[in-house]
Design a protein around this ligand. Structure first.
Ligand code: PAF
Length: 275
């Protein structure tokens, strides 16, 4: 992988990279299209990274369909599909991890101890091996994107990080590989995430700018749906992820909700200037 990148870079190509855990959907494909638009060679990786899953999480049941992934990636025009194997990437005795002090102590990081350490470690390893000029990440994983931007800055990676807007199903559900685990009833319930976020945007338009009020409404709305368990609903600063009390500038409203046993996340920007 690395010698391919080195050769292509010497030849003057600009290499884009989209890391994934596979089971590709339209969301991934739109990251890839953005990668192709920005660079002239596109690498994707498919690797279900064990170090970002905690005990009791869905590592063993994470959906996978490599044959379909390969076809979708080829149809988009991906130049390299990099599929490291676990034993190569985490050999016996592996003992080095990347950490960050502040951003992981918010949102998903609170319920998923060690998750972002695993993400930063694998992304660093992938960056080192793939050696891209540009890497594209989805804004659906808002905290992940903020953490990777910080890491790239702090560790002097010479890689341009691009955030790409969340791709949604026609009814608004944010695309996720985990959506495939929802039963038809849960799939309907899952719409309560984006509906509650849109309600918050509408309330802001009607001059409700108290975070407590907007979060309270969202909690009430989501809990009125069966089979839901809220992990968090937060309104926070997009850079520091610290909670904000009053929406007087663009902020992010982010949530994680379990629908049945499937944990879903979503977020939108709340911008008082657009209301
Ligand atoms: O967003 C994901 O799919 C994963 O967290 C990533 C970035 C591929 C690292 O395993």
């Amino acid at each position: 992988m690395t010698s391919w990148s080195d050769r292509l870079r010497r030849e003057g190509h600009l290499i884009s990279f989209v890391p994934t855990m596979g089971f590709l959907h339209e969301g991934h494909l739109s990251l890839m299209k953005e990668g192709k638009r920005l660079g002239d060679k596109l690498v994707i990786s498919i690797f279900v990274n064990p170090t970002q899953f905690g005990p009791g999480e869905d590592f063993d049941t994470y959906p996978s369909d490599l044959e379909k992934d390969f076809k979708l990636a080829r149809d988009i025009g991906v130049d390299v599909i990099f599929t490291p194997n676990k034993a190569d990437f985490y050999p016996q005795g592996f003992d080095t991890f990347i950490n960050q002090e502040k951003l992981p102590n918010h949102l998903c990081g609170l319920a998923r101890a060690g998750h972002f350490q695993g993400v930063m470690t694998i992304v660093t390893k992938l960056f080192n091996v793939v050696n891209p000029d540009i890497a594209v990440f989805g804004e659906k994983d808002f905290q992940q994107l903020a953490i990777i931007r910080r890491m790239v800055k702090d560790l002097n990676f010479n890689i341009r990080i691009i955030g790409h807007p969340t791709v949604r199903e026609s009814d608004g559900l944010a695309m996720s590989s985990r959506n495939s685990k929802l039963t038809p009833d849960q799939r309907i319930t899952a719409l309560s995430l984006i509906s509650s976020l849109k309600k918050a945007q509408n309330s802001l338009k009607n001059k409700e700018n108290s975070a407590t009020a907007l979060i309270g409404n969202a909690v009430e709305f989501i809990c009125s749906h069966p089979d839901t368990e809220i992990d968090y609903i937060k309104i926070c600063d997009p850079d520091t992820l610290d909670d904000v009390a009053e929406i007087d500038r663009p902020v992010v409203m982010a949530m994680a909700v379990k629908v049945g046993t499937t944990r879903l996340i979503d977020n939108v920007i709340l911008n008082p200037d657009q209301s």
